[in-house]
Design a protein around this ligand. Structure first.
Ligand SMILES: *Cc1c(COP(=O)(O)O)cnc(C)c1O
Length: 415
């Protein structure tokens, strides 16, 4: 394929390079002892990516077990309120276990099995990734241990029980802020100790090479389906793609097939928490500086001394101080733009979708929904409000019921 000069100037493909860099971001900043495992994984991934039997097996499970393709739903009543007549929701909430996380967990679990591994370990924040990995482990007959911060265990109790019912061991992490960052540290530590029979399933497009690329590839099914679905329904390509950003995997899954289509606007919505002015947010791309976390160089929220900052979001799945290196590159090259929605805005968006469409979104996805207000205003002033917007509804809200109760429960809807 011959790339046009313009596309080359954007320098966005084929990323990452051989050492796992996206521009200046990414890489493999890990202890020497981990390098052989990462190389083994990279080799296996490159091999099975082109292996027809592996791909057919993955496709089989995605279709008959996960329930893909997920619908692309035109949200007419929500679109009417917002002034966006061609608003579509990509229903990743309808996947088995309730989010996009299953696409990646299944892909990596299957890869691990083909590599001859007998056990999966994983970190989890909201619990969605842990549940997805525990599910894939049960499906494929692998043992499973999930590391979870104590704070997250109490915020996401139903998911802890789910993992245990799926016969996974949930190991509480007491260090640091007792959240996702600390669980990831523990999982990496464990992996170094038990490399041979164990695969570490990272849950987002973060971590050392080849994880960011592998996770993006497993999630790209989202954007591939959207591409075909929009072509069928609208006869073209979408104008705007909107997704929330934790580590950035549901967003990259949606964006990936469109990165070369310069006219498609890519918008990532970070957790604005209690506002970007203080330090009660998780807006790594907007308020962070380049730094190394969990094996990769990327935008990172840091304090004055360069220590990893503590972060806040109402949604446990966005409560992470780092972000995938490919997003840092998409920001730096201005190919994508990154914005934020606060806790309050996300809650309002949750209730709006529930009331208008009968869908309870995950609080993570509600951040992306919240950004539709400013986006609609921007599209209106540009005379573009009739164009196609696709929002990735990354997960369902059942896991967030206790958080919603703490924030006024159903009372809010009538406020
Ligand atoms: C984990 C999670 C996210 C955030 O993770 P990404 O890697 O940024 O996609 C978003 N939505 C849901 C429902 C999640 O479970």
């Amino acid at each position: 394929m011959v790339l046009s000069k313009e596309k080359k100037a954007l320098d966005l493909s084929p990323f990452p390079d051989g050492s796992g860099y996206y521009g200046m971001f990414g890489g493999r900043f890990v202890p020497e002892t981990l390098m052989p495992a990462l190389e083994e994984l990279e080799q296996a991934y490159m091999h099975f990516q082109n292996d027809q039997a592996f791909q057919a097996e993955l496709q089989f499970y995605l279709e008959h077990y996960v329930g893909r393709p997920t619908p692309l739903y035109q949200a007419a009543r929500l679109g009417e309120v917002l002034g966006l007549p061609r608003l579509y929701l990509k229903r990743e909430d309808l996947n088995h276990t309730g989010s996009h996380k299953m696409n990646n967990a299944l892909g990596q679990a299957l890869l691990a099995k083909h590599m001859g591994k007998q056990r999966l370990i994983a970190e989890t924040g909201a619990g969605q990734h842990g549940v997805a990995v525990a599910t894939a482990a049960a499906l494929l007959g692998l043992a499973c241990t999930v590391f979870m911060g104590e704070e997250d265990m109490s915020r996401q109790e139903p998911n802890v029980l789910r993992m245990q019912l799926l016969q996974a061991e949930v190991r509480p992490v007491h260090s640091g802020s007792k959240t996702l960052k600390d669980a990831t540290n523990e999982a990496l530590r464990e992996w170094i100790a038990v490399l041979e029979h164990t695969h570490y399933v990272i849950g987002s497009v973060v971590g050392p090479h080849p994880y960011p690329r592998m996770v993006r590839d497993f999630q790209s099914i989202i954007g591939q389906e959207v591409s075909a679905q929009v072509r069928e329904r609208e006869g073209g390509i979408p104008s705007y793609l909107v997704a929330c950003i934790g580590g950035g995997s549901n967003a990259l899954g949606l964006f990936a097939p469109f990165v070369q289509e310069k006219e498609v606007q890519l918008i990532g919505v970070e957790a604005g928490g209690r506002g970007l002015e203080g330090n009660q947010h998780a807006a790594s791309l907007q308020r962070g500086r380049p730094g190394v976390l969990h094996g990769a160089l990327s935008y990172l929220l840091q304090d004055q001394e360069g220590q990893v900052a503590s972060v806040h979001s109402i949604s446990a799945g966005l409560d992470y101080p780092g972000v995938g290196p490919e997003h840092s590159h998409l920001k730096m090259s201005k190919r994508a733009r990154y914005v934020s929605a606060t806790d309050t805005e996300a809650l309002e968006a949750f209730h709006l979708l529930a009331g208008k469409e009968g869908i309870l979104p995950a609080l993570e996805s509600a951040h992306a929904l919240a950004y539709l207000h400013p986006l609609a205003a921007e599209m209106k002033s540009a005379g573009r409000q009739g164009e196609v917007v696709v929002l990735n509804l990354s997960g369902r809200g059942d896991k967030d019921l206790s958080v919603l109760m703490q924030h006024g429960g159903v009372g809010r809807a009538s406020e």
